[in-house]
Design a binder for this molecule. Structure first.
Ligand code: PBG
Length: 337
């Protein structure tokens, strides 16, 4: 029998310098996309269910972006918020060039040029009186969320965003064929350089609660289970991702992140050549903030652990409300590891 010495993995954990040297995953402010809620008018308003997050009037967005860029965060995702009185069944304001997202984009391009990379959420739920991501219709004697009539609306919305200066449009409504419809419309209008980050794998999740308060986009009847994915399914994510790849998506997304780390790993290993984003969604953020406010967790440590885990699982990019704070902490040299 051969005698081996006792093997000691602990040697690689002995000092912080050694641990840093052999770390497999490193967080950087460049990994983050910072979500921003933008509206046409009024004062900056705090979002109650998301401490530290605000709905910003268009003019204030410049300062927020400049400040984040100073911390090394250079990518942003814009969500438009409009008053309920302006919403209608067909979400006509979703493609209004005077709406908050196109207006913010124009201002950003005029004042800051193309250094910030801007993604725009493309979905009708925040602009529709019913709050759904597709148009509700009566069909064959039942009410459904219609797929095909929604496509032309989101395609139009994407073109308006491209025209105003979006780098990437990000369709989030989980309508079949949305990437194809948008790609065709963008190309037809000459926006061949505008990319598509598809919310390819988006689950019907309880973790979107705070976002729906923030964007006023909760469904007014029913739920989103006829279009968003069933949390029990992982293989189905392969189908959604491969369709979006065929339809012309440049980047893919898995959403939410934390309860779906297995799906992030699956998509990254199946489509390694496509940059993968993971959305660390509103409910995931608010859980951390609420527990931190009560003093039940060490917020910085938990945030670093969460973001690192999402990256370790296979995400190249993390859309997170923690972006600004985490970037600051990284730049201050903080690390819990
Ligand atoms: C809109 C959309 C949602 C989110 C992003 N885009 C909400 C939803 O599907 O209800 C959720 C983001 C978050 O919770 O942070 N389709």
């Amino acid at each position: 029998m051969t005698h081996y010495p006792l093997l000691r993995p602990r040697r690689l954990r002995l000092t912080k310098t050694i641990r840093d040297l052999v770390a497999e995953t490193r967080l950087s402010p460049q990994d983050f996309i910072m979500p921003l809620f933008v509206k046409n008018e009024g004062e900056k308003e705090p979002i109650m269910s998301m401490p530290g997050q605000y709905r910003y009037p268009v003019q204030e967005i410049l300062q927020v972006i400049q400040n984040a860029m100073d911390q090394g965060v250079k990518a942003f995702m814009l969500f438009g918020v409009i008053p309920d009185e302006l919403k209608d069944h067909y979400a006509r304001r979703a493609y209004d060039p005077q709406g908050p997202v196109p207006q913010a984009l124009k201002l950003i391009r005029r004042e800051l040029g193309w250094e910030p990379t801007i993604f725009t959420d493309v979905c009708i739920c925040g602009y529709a009186s019913h709050g759904h991501c597709g148009i509700p219709v009566e069909k064959h004697g039942r009410k459904i969320i219609d797929n095909d009539s929604t496509l032309s609306i989101i395609a139009r919305m994407a073109v308006v965003h491209a025209e105003a200066g979006a780098d990437f449009v990000a369709p989030s409504g989980m309508m079949d064929g949305m990437v194809k419809a948008i790609r065709e419309a963008l190309d037809k209008e000459g926006y061949t350089d505008t990319g598509i980050l598809s919310y390819a794998v988006k689950y019907a999740s309880g973790f979107y609660g705070p976002f729906r308060e923030a964007a006023g986009s909760a469904p007014r009847f029913g739920d989103r289970r006829s279009y968003q994915m069933d949390p029990r399914n992982a293989l189905e994510a392969l189908k959604e991702a491969s369709l979006d790849v065929e339809e012309g998506a440049d980047m893919l997304m898995v959403k939410p992140a934390l309860a779906y780390l297995d799906v992030i790993r699956l998509i990254k290993s199946s489509f390694p050549e496509y940059p993968l984003a993971a959305y660390n969604v509103s409910g995931e953020y608010s859980l951390v903030k609420a527990a931190a406010e009560k003093g039940w967790i060490d917020e910085k440590m938990v945030v670093f652990e969460i973001l690192t885990a999402i990256k370790r699982a296979g995400a190249d990019v993390i859309i997170t409300y923690h972006a600004l704070e985490a970037a600051k902490w990284i730049r201050e040299g903080y690390s819990p590891f």
